[in-house]
Design a protein around this ligand. Structure first.
Ligand code: PGA
Length: 254
């Protein structure tokens, strides 16, 4: 945690979830009561096909909704893509950009990611910008160098704590059940904080830095208590409302 920063837990459903998954979303919305919402911002990022119905279902609740990706342009001949403006039009408020699965599956570079983050700002969405080293980079001892480059190139100039959230996700921890130790997470988040503060001054000091990669109800309280961990980006465990709520519950009594 970081003093004076409201933490945020975001559930990333990835390419999971059809209409029958919406009852989990409704349960989640019901579970984020006023007391919990006072302690932590809770966001769910369903696939684009469910975005509008998700915002409709969570209207008048404390649950917020985000998308998983956007194109950098606002409209045009880009078959299959959706723009940040379209996401905003669905009444969502956040958008994940630069997830490692998109960097790998779709060859997205830091440059693309920065363009998408700017598109989010243009549309009035908060960009959740993902960074993180691969297993090979971790083994080679170059994690910090990779993160520094990603912060320099994927997080555009002018980012503030109001329009940008950083999600640190070591690629080797995503969906694997492996997580770095709390000490390692503390060290790397301190490094990210330093880099953000160097680049963005006070804004970098106040920007939320989420941890992502195999966060579950069983390890959440330990990870979320680490210095400079201002919440979590949760994949697999976000598909069940009870699991995502159990992760958020770590904040109820702090
Ligand atoms: P995981 O995914 O929680 O299933 O490891 C995290 C993510 O990719 O955002």
């Amino acid at each position: 945690m970081t003093p004076d920063i409201t933490p945020l837990v975001a559930g990333n459903w990835k390419m999971n979830g059809e209409r029958d998954q919406l009852d989990q979303l409704a349960l989640l919305a019901r579970g984020v009561d006023a007391d919990l919402a006072d302690k932590v911002d809770v966001v769910v990022c369903p696939p684009a096909t469910l975005l509008y119905v998700a915002t409709t279902l969570s209207e008048d609740t404390a649950l917020e909704v985000g998308a998983q990706d956007c194109h950098n342009e606002s409209k045009g001949a880009h078959t299959g893509d959706i723009s940040a403006e379209m996401i905003k039009d669905c009444m969502a408020e956040y958008c994940i950009v630069g997830h490692s699965e998109r960097r790998t599956d779709h060859g997205e570079s830091d440059y693309h990611v920065a363009g998408k983050a700017q598109a989010c700002w243009r549309a009035g969405l908060v960009a959740i910008i993902c960074i993180g080293e691969t297993e090979a980079e971790y083994d080679a001892g170059s994690a910090e160098q990779v993160l520094k480059r990603q912060i320099m190139q994927s997080v555009p100039e002018g980012a503030t704590e109001d329009d940008t959230i950083i999600a640190y996700e070591p690629v080797w921890a995503i969906g694997t059940g492996k997580t770095p130790s709390p000490e390692d997470i503390e060290e790397i988040h301190a490094f990210i904080r330093e880099e953000l503060a160097t680049k963005f001054g006070g804004h970098g000091e106040r920007m939320r830095i989420l941890y992502g990669g195999s966060v579950k109800p069983t390890n959440a309280s330990e990870i979320l208590a680490v210095n400079n961990v201002d919440g979590a980006l949760v994949g697999g465990a976000s598909l069940k409302a009870a699991d995502l709520l159990a992760i958020c519950e770590s904040y109820r009594h702090v």
